[in-house]
Design a protein around this ligand. Structure first.
Ligand SMILES: [Zn+2]
Length: 115
C-alpha cells in the first residue's frame, strides 16, 4: 500500500497549493514517475483519483508521465539506460553508478482554472 501513502502526500501538497487560490478549480494533476522509482503508476493514479473523488476537487483528473531512467558511470562517464536499479556499467563493468533520472516521483504540473 506504498502508493496509497504517496497519493495522500501528493494530495496534501496539491490541497495546500489550492488553499492559496481560493475560488479556483483544479482540473488536472500531472505527475512524473520515474521507471526506477518503485512506484506502481497505475495504482498511484487509481489511489489519487479515489482521494480526489472524496475531496473538494472532484473534477480533477490525474495524468502520469513516465520518466526514463538514465545512469552515469563514475569511472568511464558512460551514460546508459539501466534495465534494473542495480546494474553495472555496460561499458567497463564498474558498479560506481549514479542514477541521473528515473528515480523520482514528483508533481510535474497542476492545471488550475481561475474563477
Ligand atoms: Zn563505465
Amino acid at each position: 500500500m506504498h502508493e496509497l501513502g504517496l497519493a495522500y502526500s501528493v494530495f496534501d501538497v496539491v490541497a495546500q497549493e489550492m488553499s492559496r487560490r481560493r475560488g479556483s478549480i483544479l482540473k488536472l494533476i500531472e505527475l512524473s514517475v520515474g521507471r526506477l522509482s518503485g512506484v506502481d503508476a497505475g495504482f498511484l493514479k487509481f489511489s489519487l483519483e479515489a482521494i480526489l473523488r472524496a475531496s473538494p476537487y472532484v473534477s480533477a483528473r490525474v495524468e502520469i508521465v513516465a520518466v526514463k531512467a538514465y545512469c552515469r558511470c563514475a569511472k568511464c562517464g558512460n551514460m546508459f539506460e539501466p534495465p534494473a536499479y542495480y546494474c553495472p556499467c555496460p561499458g567497463c563493468g564498474s558498479h560506481e553508478i549514479s542514477l541521473l533520472q528515473g528515480g523520482e516521483l514528483k508533481i510535474r504540473s497542476l492545471v488550475i482554472e481561475t474563477a
